[in-house]
Design a protein around this ligand. Structure first.
Ligand code: PBG
Length: 334
């Protein structure tokens, strides 16, 4: 038997509370607010560019000037933070991802102009080498394997150039062991004690990232086709708790689960075990599925909000979603 009094029909009727709109609102357990939204954006070189991404209808890569225009709307809508992803020109990619640690790279220039124009908007940047390597992997390949410890040295530097450019939240998405601790140490030693770390702690080797890899032009390159020697096996759940425990110990301020909707169980387990700020990433493939179905009139667009509320129910404190702008508009009009 359950630990609360469930009552009995006909004295107890759960539909009684559902009869009117006011009482449905009164008993609603979870709410989605603009404060929960983080907006991922793709940035590319050039001027006045808004390049459509085929597998993500409605989403573009923007040149810096156009990103600033988009952010004007984001700030008006009170979206607290954005996450930036660069599409690096293919002739600048190399096996070591050396652009990643260039203080004048596309991502650093973007951070600087955002911070100049919108100093109060939270800026989140990935730490991982995949946008910068010609093989599309997140780390350095040495003797045919992704070399963990050699990669850490580059990731530290990547985090530092981003923090120096003004990034508020460093988000290691590379899944190398020990990276959170090393990045925290590098930040602290360079006077970035207040730069936050949002760790992609439970990041799965998922096929739901397909459209993202198109967006940053890394899919064609991906050597070996899979990231399963560093990203987690989609069958695992206990391992996610170990990942989170280690990242907290190493200094993560917040953790993330990725992808989102197929992994709500993981969000719930992490949140209830660690009670740490926990974020979900509704990734590119989830966006493509939902948006594709809406555009074909197979689903009503209200499924967007339903999908985002599912993260709140699971215990997420916020959601990275490509729907952030349109949902923020809707929430602001309520
Ligand atoms: C890079 C990175 C990926 C995503 C965010 N950061 C792709 C990957 O790991 O291959 C995916 C985001 C999305 O699919 O929307 N490390």
């Amino acid at each position: 038997m359950s630990d609360f009094n469930i009552g009995q029909f006909p004295t107890t009727r759960l539909r009684r509370l559902r009869m009117k709109e006011f009482s449905r609102r009164m008993i609603s357990e979870n709410n989605l607010s603009v404060n929960d939204l983080i907006w991922p954006l793709f940035v590319c070189e050039g001027n006045n560019i808004a390049d459509k991404i085929n597998s993500m209808p409605g989403i573009c890569r923007y040149s810096i000037d156009n990103i600033l225009k988009e952010l004007e709307t984001a700030v008006k809508l009170k979206i607290p933070a954005i996450a930036l992803f660069p599409q690096i020109d293919s002739d600048l990619k190399d096996e070591n991802g050396s652009q990643a640690i260039d203080e004048n790279n596309l991502i650093c220039r973007t951070i600087k102009s955002i911070k100049k124009n919108f100093p109060d908007l939270g800026v989140i940047c990935d730490v991982a080498l995949d946008p910068f390597t010609d093989h599309g992997h997140d780390g350095l390949i040495i003797n045919d394997i992704i070399d963990n410890d050699a990669t850490l040295k580059v990731l530290e530097k990547q985090a530092l150039v981003q923090a120096t450019a003004g990034c508020d939240i460093i988000a290691p998405s590379d899944m190398m062991d020990g990276r959170v601790g090393r990045i925290r140490k590098a930040l602290d030693e360079n006077n970035f004690q207040n730069t936050l770390i949002l760790s992609y702690a439970a990041k799965y080797a998922s096929k739901f990232y397909g459209p993202f890899r198109d967006a940053i032009s890394s899919s064609g390159n991906l050597k070996g086709g899979s990231k399963s020697t560093y990203q987690m096996d989609v069958a695992n759940s206990n391992e996610a708790l170990r990942e989170v425990a280690l990242d907290i110990k190493e200094g993560a301020d917040m953790v993330m689960v990725k992808p989102g909707m197929p992994y709500l169980d993981i969000i719930q387990r992490i949140k209830s075990k660690f009670n740490i700020p926990t974020f979900a990433y509704q990734v590119s493939g989830e966006y493509a599925m939902i948006k594709g179905a809406i555009d074909n009139n197979w689903l009503d667009s209200k499924v967007i909000k339903e999908s985002l509320l599912s993260f709140k129910r699971a215990g997420a404190d916020g959601i990275l979603t490509y729907f952030a702008k349109e949902i923020a508009e809707e929430l602001n009009n309520e």
